[in-house]
Write a protein that binds this ligand. Sequence first.
Ligand SMILES: NC(=O)C1=CN([C@@H]2O[C@H](COP(=O)(O)OP(=O)(O)OC[C@H]3O[C@@H](n4cnc5c(N)ncnc54)[C@H](OP(=O)(O)O)[C@@H]3O)[C@@H](O)[C@H]2O)[C@@H](O)CC1
Ligand SMILES: Nc1ncnc2c1ncn2[C@@H]1O[C@H](COP(=O)(O)OP(=O)(O)O)[C@@H](O)[C@H]1O
Ligand SMILES: [K+]
Length: 527
Amino acid sequence: MRLLTAAEMREIEMAAMESGSMSGIELMERAGAGVVDAILEEWPELRHGRRRAVVLCGPGNNGGDGFVVARLLSGCRWDVEVRLLGDPESVTGDARANLDRWLRIDAIQPLDASYDGPVCGEGAADIVVDALFGIGLSRPLEGLETLAFNLEDFVDLSPDGLRPVGNFKWPIPKVVALDVPSSLCADSGKVFPHASGAASRFRAHLTVTFHKLKRGHVLGVGPELCGRVRIVDIGLADTDAGLPTLGPPARGAVAKVEGHKYDHGHAFVLSGGVGKGGAARMAARAALRVGAGLVTLGCEPAALTENAAQLNAIMLRAVTDATDLEQVLADMRITALGLGPGLGLTDHEAALLRVMLDAGRPTVLDADALSLIARDDDLRAQVHKRCVLTPHRGEFARLFPDISERLDAPAGEGATYSEIDAARDAASEIGATVLLKGPATVIATPTGRVAINAAVYGHAVPWLATAGAGDVLSGLIVGLLARDLSPFDAACDAAWLHAEAAHRFGAGLIAEDLPDLIPGVLASLGA
Ligand SMILES: NC(=O)C1=CN([C@@H]2O[C@H](COP(=O)(O)OP(=O)(O)OC[C@H]3O[C@@H](n4cnc5c(N)ncnc54)[C@H](OP(=O)(O)O)[C@@H]3O)[C@@H](O)[C@H]2O)[C@@H](O)CC1
Ligand SMILES: Nc1ncnc2c1ncn2[C@@H]1O[C@H](COP(=O)(O)OP(=O)(O)O)[C@@H](O)[C@H]1O
Ligand SMILES: [K+]
């Protein structure tokens, strides 16, 4: 799956039109027809009976698609009301041609403060089509602040899809967004606010997009606002434009074909103190499950008994202080390091972190290790290019406050800053691979390589929002680093394996389940 920016989509469209293989009007017709098919596939019951649609059209080509949808639904004997935002005279080009075709069928109504909105109750629409703005939206919304209704209200998550009105419960009109819900930035998954400061957003039950997904469908609040997404083929050539989302690791990257255990690397995971070892134990187990030949957990002497009671295949090593840790790491057969989960935040842990970074080996920095780095410039300066940092958004904000501020700002004028930009800038600033966690996890290197694991829509794994899931991810990366994968490949493959394992398990997942799901995932890759 490839994610396009709005500019990439326009380039593809322009190339098709310039080559003469497709005209703009043909593309618009295919887009509108694809939307109608998608609606009827999504809700087959709408194929029967006299149905009603309200189509909200904007002044550009997104509105043009809306006029096509209105015409085609009307051709299916639907009652269709078209509402246009702005002056009809300002509609030009292919959208104008389709507005004119619609005007030969019926009149249009203005979409302004005089309109109360699609009703919910008797005479309500079955479908509300949001064709106001698509990929052309590039600044805060104008002209919509006076609307008396809020489309977000229609996307009611009530399980029966009904809303009480008076003494009755009525079906809620289904909101279908064309290309993107109309306040969503197609490049970043952020929301454009209203120029007036009004807070309402457009949200849909179903978003129908064209040719390929756009970045905004996957990033930020995109998945929340889009509902479900369908992609319509409008006959544009398949190119290698866009950012590919991660797929399964190649068998060669994860299979164990031959060799001694030391040929598959030795991972060393540093644990927290007494009663704090659970997170590191889960990370160590994940490292072993993903194929590291050996895994050793280092802990303070007082925590040895507790850890020994829980571990068998994972070796234990007491680590008293920084000098002792230096001796452990003098063993060059230790090929990857991991620390942070449950580690602690005192000077003692800071000293251990310094030794781990000094070792210069592939190292995963997670959780408390990230917080230690965020508050100590000397430690931060020791981060090197063989490190992988795995912050969630809170840790990211502590580590990269300026970048985080840009990321949190709403969409404004011009290019909008996304998690992709943020991860890339963070990796460049700190000189190491950064994996920014979330439903869409972004991995970036200091040289500008970037990848995204999109656990959204059909691949959504909300059950990963569970304590310790991130600790397991860090362990998977340590295991793959120990096996000599590059920081970027280890982070990418681990992110995919982690989400895939969670997806297979589904509801009820807890972090402890995750390492033991890895063999099933590896087996299906032929490893
Ligand atoms: N590309 C393709 O291959 C295909 C594209 N197709 C369709 O075209 C869509 C893109 O169309 P588009 O480029 O005309 O942009 P669109 O989203 O309609 O918005 C632009 C209009 O909105 C206005 N406007 C902008 N911001 C505003 C604001 N904040 N507040 C108020 N107004 C604002 C802006 O005005 P202006 O900036 O010129 O003042 C302009 O009039 C795409 O999403 C898809 O649906 C399909 O037909 C299939 C093939
Ligand atoms: N809703 C979600 N969809 C997909 N992945 C998620 C979701 N919520 C959390 N995750 C993933 O679960 C992990 C949680 O990590 P983290 O926030 O560090 O938790 P913890 O510190 O408890 O281990 C990350 O890999 C993140 O990408
Ligand atoms: K739209």
